[in-house]
Design a protein around this ligand. Structure first.
Ligand code: DGJ
Length: 735
């Protein structure tokens, strides 16, 4: 953005009191307000996003001097600053000047949508900025509709979902970065001058390397349970760009939307382009408060079946990889059933006729059972599942093909490919991406799921994987002029297909997996019940990855599995109790060959499943209070979940490193009712004797000001001692 004084001089920012006839809009949630000035004939301006304002506060805006920025700045007039929108009009003019025409409100499913209608002062180009407010959620969603009523095509060069000016100060940005098997690492940094940009250009998966969600701490280095936080989550599964431009004005300028690089979009006369939503939250209860806002809003409004308990499952991947066959599957079903699990998921390796899927270099696209491996087909497996009293789930990767597949042999034109270039092949040396901008491909992807679910309606769960990025920019379906639409139309096609799938099959649980945690975003979750957090199941590293993930996503959506030791990714040896204690803080599952476990480990898993079922409603639907971050490197990490009524809670404590005579902080709890009394019960206990506070009563006040002294080691037989220690405590109100 341009310098503040420059903008003042040029009149782009006003610090004069508002005209008394200014049309101020206060969009209020239970604890927050977004205040806009929608005076007709002027651009829409934003005055405030933060704590809730009352009528008197609103009157203050009319008489006090306030800085107010355009709420959706458009490029062209004084073009030196960053803009949310940049358009080339049908006659080549690259400037846009917006003015408010009207404001409409509409009630949609209990939410109020305020639509501020703007148009260019000269061109019949319309920009509606929308805000959705739901009465019980401190989250406001904003998005924009761009309509071309000009004589010819208009090109959208930039088309962000939203913009927010944040007052300059000791503002810190918390964001997630990472890579495959190391997703959701947390970065906290003070914002200084210049541009901080977070973006994705994968084309398919968008949360391995960075995330389209951020938090701003307005009070310096962010704290978990105190301080003012603004959170922002772009609800989009494709390429995104979030950036903060801190210029010489008094503001950090935050923009978020689809990544426009190589994606300029042509709008024909009469066409409308709708941006994805940007969800904003504000909390005065620190980062955890902002997370709770996102979790509650997301579970109730965005996550598919967000209020339905998730089952405890065994996934076959790390247990047998591609070595699937009937007896092994049957054994796994029997084992998970005997441990109290509720669902078995057969992962990759079950399909392919002409080209059987024995490794990762063939068969994607050929979704027929490999009869050599599974002579009785899916029906045989469903019967075995039924016999064992567990549900059955299956892995697919419907957006992809291999060049070694019957699908590719028949339809090479269905893949993403640039003209005059060789086919670029990914995983296994033969994987390619299907071009979902093509309606015929959309039909194929729909049919993969529809055929499975129609033939085998008992299938309870689908793991939907996606293991390749777009590797060459080219669509064999889109016209030469519209090649720049590929990234966007791929996701439009995906979402359209998912709509059809969900309409036909609303009840099947679907996991969004994308080479691990490549699809943890609020843009995909309306169709998915959960996401695979990472291909790395190492419990110690999971403490970190799940911590970061929990900033924006609730535990119910975060699949978290107990896997084998030594771990298949890090080769670290971690005792079963610690692995279980970490997995239980998300959506618990197992991912190993249970036959490889000894009786003791099997008993620990069985106990963990039994205990998890007791705390499942608290973990999956409770309020998260993060207490001690692993990223602070204090040797311990801890968090807890509390029911909304504060009568039941579960406290997790994991030692993250071990040194002799180490001093670890005691962890004060949070989120309890200070007046209530809670009795403490340890879950997953392995010690020979109970903890000193087992069965004892404490007030919420005591637990929140002192916490409990957690022993650093277990009291177990000598040979069971380990450098890992963890505890799970349940706190139940006593009346
Ligand atoms: C990648 C996933 O992240 C894994 O969990 C597994 O399903 C493999 N794909 C199967 O190929």
């Amino acid at each position: 953005m341009k310098s503040f004084s420059y903008l003042l001089l040029t009149g782009l920012i006003s610090i004069t009191p508002f005209a008394l006839n200014a049309e101020l809009i206060n969009l209020s949630t239970p604890k927050t307000s977004l205040v806009l000035d929608a005076t007709k004939g002027q651009p829409l301006r934003i005055l405030h996003y933060g704590d809730k304002l009352n009528k008197q506060d609103m009157d203050g805006f009319r008489t006090s001097t306030s800085v107010h920025h355009e709420a959706y700045p458009a490029y062209g007039i004084y073009p030196q600053g960053e803009a949310a929108l940049s358009v080339t009009h049908s006659d080549g003019n690259r400037t846009t000047q917006l003015e408010v025409i009207d404001v409409e409100t509409e009630e949609i499913d209990g939410a109020t949508v305020t639509k501020v209608k703007m148009k260019d002062k000269f061109y019949p180009f319309e920009v509606n900025v929308n805000y959705k407010v739901r009465p019980n959620y401190d989250v406001i969603e904003t998005w924009v509709d761009l309509t071309n009523n000009e004589k010819g095509n208009v090109t959208l060069n930039r088309f962000m979902s939203g913009y927010l000016p944040i007052r300059y100060g000791n503002v810190w940005l918390s964001s997630l970065y990472g890579t495959w098997a190391n997703e959701a690492e947390l970065t906290e940094e003070p914002l200084s001058h210049g541009v901080k940009m977070i973006k994705n250009k994968d084309g398919v998966r968008n949360s391995h390397t960075a995330h389209g969600e951020v938090m701003f701490s307005l009070d310096g280095k962010p704290q978990e349970n105190t301080g003012r936080i603004i959170g922002a989550a772009l609800c989009y599964p494709g390429n995104y760009k979030l950036f903060v431009d801190t210029d010489d004005s008094d503001f950090h300028h935050f923009f978020a939307g689809i990544n426009e690089e190589n994606s300029e979009y042509h709008l024909k006369k009469g066409e409308t382009f709708t941006t994805p939503e940007l969800a904003l939250t504000y909390s005065e209860e620190g980062l955890s408060g902002a997370s709770r806002n996102f979790h509650k809003w997301g579970r109730d409004n965005r996550l598919h079946a967000g209020n339905k308990e998730r089952k405890v499952l065994l996934n076959s991947w790390e247990g047998v990889y591609f070595d699937i066959n009937e007896p092994v599957m049957a054994g796994m079903m029997e084992d998970i059933a005997s441990m109290g699990g509720e669902l078995f998921v057969m992962d990759d390796g079950w399909f392919g006729d002409k080209y059987p899927r024995n490794v990762d270099n063939s068969s994607l696209g050929d979704w027929v059972v490999d009869k050599n491996k599974l002579p009785q087909g899916i029906n045989g497996l469903l019967e075995t599942a039924k016999k064992n009293g567990v549900s059955f789930g299956i892995w697919i990767e419907p957006e992809m093909a291999n060049t070694v597949s019957e699908l590719y042999e028949k339809h090479p034109e269905y893949i993403v490919k640039a003209p005059n270039r060789p086919v670029i092949e990914g995983r296994g040396g033969t994987q390619v991406v299907l071009d979902l901008s093509n309606p015929k491909v959309q039909d194929i992807v729909f049919e993969v799921v529809d055929t499975l679910m129609t033939k085998y309606p008992e299938i309870d769960y689908i793991k939907w994987d996606a293991n390749a990025p777009i590797m060459e920019h080219g669509s064999q379906y889109l016209s030469a002029d519209n090649q720049s639409h590929l990234y966007i139309d791929y996701h439009k096609g995906l979402m359209k297909t998912l709509d059809r799938i969900r309409e036909a099959h609303p009840d099947v649980t679907i996991q969004a997996c994308a080479s691990g945690g490549g699809r943890a975003n609020w843009g995909i979750l309306p169709w998915f019940d959960e996401f695979w957090t990472s291909d790395n199941n190492d419990a110690l590293q999971r403490v970190y990855m799940q911590w970061g993930t929990s900033y924006f996503f609730p535990a119910i959506a975060m699949a978290s599995h107990i896997s084998a030791s030594p771990n298949h990714q890090t080769f670290r040896r971690i005792p079963t109790k610690f692995r279980a204690d970490v997995a239980m803080s998300g959506r618990l599952g197992l991912e190993m060959q249970p036959k490889d476990m000894n009786d003791e480990d099997r008993a620990i898993c069985k106990q963990a499943i039994e205990d998890y079922k007791k705390i499942r409603p608290i973990v999956q639907f409770g309020d998260l209070y993060r207490l001690q971050s692993p990223f602070d490197k204090k040797g311990v990490a801890s968090l807890m979940y509390v029911t909304p009524e504060k009568e039941d809670a579960v406290f997790f404590w994991w030692k993250t490193e071990t040194f002799m005579n180490q001093q670890l902080p005691r962890i004060p709890m949070a989120g309890l009712d200070p007046e209530k009394e809670y009795v403490v019960t340890e879950l997953n206990r392995i010690d020979n004797e109970p903890l000193p506070f087992e069965g004892k009563k404490f007030t919420g006040k005591f637990l929140m000001s002192n916490g409990l002294e957690i022993p650093l080691t277990y009291k177990v037989d000598y040979h069971k001692n380990t450098d890992f220690a963890s505890r799970v405590l349940r706190l139940t109100e006593t009346k």
